[in-house]
Design a binder for this molecule. Structure first.
Ligand SMILES: O=C(O)CCC(=O)C(=O)O
Ligand SMILES: [Fe+2]
Length: 327
């Protein structure tokens, strides 16, 4: 199983032998070519059997049982040749790296990789870098403003079940925060959190392309917590969720307070891969100060679904990309 958590995250530190095996595996994989996403994912899936046993086990266990932190941190991945940090997410640099290939194999161990046409050009891998024009925005390209606590794609029924943040280059000031549904249920004694009293808007990063959504621009009403009290799920977005109910608004503020008090944090460093269980944990990020000189923080982000069939109606040609209007 995974080592005992240092800062509360379940951690698996890779050995030199693990790294050696991963380099051999990924050297046999072609770099990602977006037109052949399905073939690429199938090749990645074929490689799952050759993963180091303890890595495969940690990923499979996390997919099955999650972890007390709602995260799994793998450390010491071979990053390969490190490209300079691009100035925004339009150049798709990360998808050609060794780290992206490792993420593909890990993602196909957890479930299946999935992409969203309305975000990041529908790519399986997104360059998550600080962009000057977005410095103060509530998107993954922001930096100078704290990225508020959220479920990834709180607004969407087809949101990913896991997100994977692979670090090519870290920033000592950029802390990734997480809080579990269990922590919320334990610390916020508000039965109202289980009632469908909130609506949520669509993420800014999905609205940039001017798409029209079949489900409209306001979704809900939904509860913050659902499932069973022993293993609750959470959907939350500090920036986009609202309620007309007074008690609901008070409970919502309590969740943000608990987040500020109880959140776990991790500063992603090169070779780290943080897997977040998007059903059971919320995440956010501190502000940091990029230099915009090619040496800034560079994270490759990708998404995983536990059930690709559930979104079949929304993926034209049974590919990996969910059509914009279905988001
Ligand atoms: O930059 C981070 O560490 C997290 C950003 C984020 O919210 C995301 O990748 O979805
Ligand atoms: Fe996020």
């Amino acid at each position: 199983m995974t080592d005992s958590p240092a800062n509360g995250h379940a951690i698996l530190q890779l050995t030199a032998q693990d790294r050696h095996q991963l380099v051999a595996l990924t050297s046999a994989l072609e770099p990602h070519e977006p037109r052949y996403a399905e073939e690429y994912c199938r090749t990645a899936r074929d490689a799952v059997g050759d993963l180091p046993q303890r890595v495969k086990r940690a990923l499979a266990d996390f997919a099955r049982w999650s972890s007390p932190s709602g995260t799994l941190l793998l450390r010491g991945l071979p990053v390969g040749d490190v490209p300079g940090t691009p100035s925004d997410n339009t150049q798709h640099i990360g998808e050609r790296t060794r780290l992206a290939r490792i993420q593909a194999i890990f993602g196909e161990t957890l479930g299946n990789l999935v992409a969203y046409e309305a975000e990041g050009d529908g790519r399986l891998f997104q360059d998550m870098v600080p962009a000057r024009a977005a410095a103060h925005r509530q998107t993954s390209l922001g930096s100078r403003a704290e990225l508020e606590v959220h479920t990834e794609q709180a607004f969407s029924a087809l949101r990913p079940d896991f997100l994977m943040l692979g670090c090519i280059r870290g920033d000592p000031d950029a802390r990734t925060f997480t809080l579990t549904a269990r922590q919320i249920a334990r610390h916020v004694d508000e039965p109202v959190l289980w009632k469908p009293l909130w609506t949520t808007g669509v993420d800014e990063s999905f609205r940039l392309g001017g798409h029209t959504f079949l489900d409209g621009d306001v979704r809900g009403p939904i509860p913050v917590l659902h499932g069973t009290p022993e293993d609750p799920f959470v959907v939350f977005d500090q920036d986009l969720m609202t309620s007309t109910d007074k008690a609901a608004r008070r409970a919502f503020r309590s969740v943000v307070e608990i987040y500020q008090r109880e959140r776990r944090q991790h500063v992603l460093a090169a070779g780290d891969l943080l897997v977040i269980d998007n059903r059971r944990a919320l995440h956010g990020r501190s502000s940091f100060s990029p230099r915009f000189d090619g040496s800034d923080r560079f994270i490759i982000r990708c998404f995983v679904t536990a059930d690709l069939g559930r979104s079949r109606y929304a993926r034209p040609g049974d590919g990996r990309t969910i059509g914009a209007r279905f988001s």
